[in-house]
Design a protein around this ligand. Structure first.
Ligand code: HEM
Length: 176
C-alpha cells in the first residue's frame, strides 16, 4: 500500500497524541528500520500487512477501538491531510455526495501512473433518494477505514450523514 496512508496516520498521531506515542506504536507493531524511514513518503510501497499492523497498533497503544482509529484517520485525511496534499482533487467536489460518488474514478485516475498501486474500487447503488449502498472492492479488507473516510467527507463539507457497515464489503450511507 502506498505510503500516503501511513504518512497520514503518522501526522494524525503526532499532532494529536505526540511523537513519543507514534514511536511506541511503531515499536509495538515491530516496524523495521527501513519501513520507519520510508513510511512518510506518499508514493513509496509499504507492505500491506505492515500498514495494517500499524493501524492496529495505533488502537492498542492509544486505547482506541479499530472503529475509533478508522474514524480519527478518516477525519484527519479528509479535513487536514488531503486539503494540504490533494487540494486540486478536493476542489472538484461541492458536496459530500459528489465526493463520495467521485472516489472510484479518483482512485483509478490518480493511481493509473503510480507503479504498484492497487486502489480500492467502489460500486454505487441508490436505494432511495438519500440512501446510497456502496460496495467496497479491495483485497485489503479495510472497510472500517472506508467507513471512517466517508464520515470524514461528511465533516469536510459540514453535512450530517451516517454510514453503517452492513458486511465486510458493503456500507450504507444516509445523507440528509
Ligand atoms: C483526495 C482524496 C483521496 C485521494 C487522493 C486518495 C488516494 C488514495 C491512495 C493513493 C490510496 C492507496 C492505494 C494503493 O496503495 O494502491 C488510497 C487508499 C484508500 N482510499 Fe483513498 N484517496 C482519497 C480519498 C478517499 C476517500 C474519501 C475514501 C472513502 C470514501 C477513500 C478510500 C480509500 C480506502 C478504503 C483506501 C485503503 C486501501 C484499500 O482499501 O485497498 N479514499 N487512497
Amino acid at each position: 500500500m502506498k505510503g500516503t496512508i501511513t504518512r497520514c496516520a503518522k501526522e494524525l498521531v503526532e499532532s494529536r497524541f505526540g511523537a513519543d506515542q507514534w514511536q511506541q506504536i511503531l515499536d509495538h507493531a515491530q516496524v523495521d528500520e527501513d519501513t520507519r524511514y520510508r513510511l512518510a513518503y506518499p508514493t513509496t510501497d509499504i507492505d500491506d500487512g505492515m500498514a495494517k499492523d500499524i493501524l492496529r497498533s495505533t488502537g492498542e497503544v492509544l486505547g482506541l477501538t479499530p472503529e475509533q482509529v478508522a474514524d480519527a484517520f478518516g477525519e484527519h485525511w479528509c479535513c487536514v491531510y488531503a486539503p494540504k496534499i490533494y487540494s486540486s482533487i478536493l476542489t472538484r467536489f461541492n458536496s459530500a455526495r459528489e465526493m463520495i460518488l467521485g472516489m472510484d474514478k479518483v482512485h483509478v485516475q490518480l493511481t493509473a501512473t503510480i507503479k504498484n498501486a492497487r486502489p480500492p474500487r467502489f460500486d454505487y447503488q441508490w436505494t432511495d433518494e438519500n440512501t446510497l449502498l456502496v460496495t467496497y472492492k479491495s483485497f485489503r479488507g479495510m472497510i472500517d477505514i472506508y467507513r471512517g473516510l466517508v464520515l470524514g467527507v461528511g465533516k469536510l463539507f459540514n453535512e450530517p450523514l451516517s454510514a453503517r457497515k452492513l458486511s465486510d464489503s458493503q456500507v450504507e450511507i444516509v445523507f440528509s
